[in-house]
Design a protein around this ligand. Structure first.
Ligand code: SAM
Length: 241
């Protein structure tokens, strides 16, 4: 899977993604990361990419032409790579989009490539959005200064679903939000910490009992912390799916 990121701050994307597990996966070539600097496509002497909003109002708006040209650059690269013209899925990160979640991450992980468009300032001229964007996605009901962090949140989450990125395939399958449940509590060494012992069942080596204990804790925790999710779990259990 290849991620292309149209951004004014490519160094932010590089620094964020080339760290820890995503950094290791990138080095191993498990997915590709290609930030494209929108400013390189400004097409004017001062590399200006924004201007005042028509109709007045606060702030600046990103202009359409540099964004369209950087999108064309991605399409050229895809043509070269695959030997055929492709219309990639283009995600515009915006607080006005569908809220990102694990099922959407799974859906997007099926794509061979994804293009992320990171807005800044007051956002992006609507006309280029209408032209190139296929998905409007938000990472939550709050407003950030730019789309780079949301793009990284999405890429981190999607990359974890790419085979080989996690050492242990199982950890993606048992963790929080799978089957509408939060994950059970985890413990590691030492056996006793500040007077608290690890639950005995986890030391028993009895796998069936451990699984049952974990399932119970998952259900209990979901009920308490995320009643909305628990309702979905109950519905799923009732429908037998
Ligand atoms: N004026 C815009 C509005 O009200 O919808 C908000 C612009 S915001 C200050 C600047 C950029 O940050 C946006 O273009 C978007 O790319 C990104 N952004 C901010 N909050 C976001 C969120 N919750 N999810 C995804 N992207 C976000």
């Amino acid at each position: 899977m290849d991620f292309y990121v149209l951004t004014l701050f490519p160094e932010m994307i590089e620094q964020g993604m080339r760290t820890s597990m995503t950094g290791r996966a990138l080095e191993q070539g498990l997915f590709g990361l290609y930030p494209v600097n929108i400013r390189d496509f400004a097409g004017n002497k001062h590399n200006k990419v924004d201007d005042y909003p028509y109709g007045g109002g606060a702030g600046l708006v990103m202009q359409p032409q540099p964004i369209y040209r950087s999108y064309e650059e991605v399409c050229r690269r895809l043509l070269k790579k695959h030997g055929e013209a492709r219309k990639p899925r283009v995600v515009y990160l915006t607080p006005q989009g569908r809220v990102f979640d694990q099922p959407l991450a799974k859906e997007l992980a099926k794509e061979e490539e994804l293009v992320f468009l990171c807005g800044h300032y007051e956002g992006v001229d609507e006309r280029v959005l209408e032209e190139i964007v296929t998905d409007y996605i938000s990472i939550g009901d709050y407003v950030l200064t730019g789309g780079e962090l949301p793009a990284m949140v999405m890429m981190d989450c999607i990359a974890r679903l790419v085979p080989g990125v996690l050492h242990n395939r199982e950890s993606a399958e048992t963790e929080s939000l799978e089957n509408h449940l939060l994950e059970y509590p985890q413990y590691t060494r030492p056996e006793e910490y500040h007077g608290k012992r690890v639950p005995e069942v986890l030391l028993s080596g009895h796998h069936a009992r451990i699984d049952a204990w974990r399932k119970e804790r998952s259900i209990e925790r979901t009920k308490e912390r995320r009643p909305d999710l628990y309702r979905k779990y109950e519905e799923m259990e009732k429908s037998g799916k």
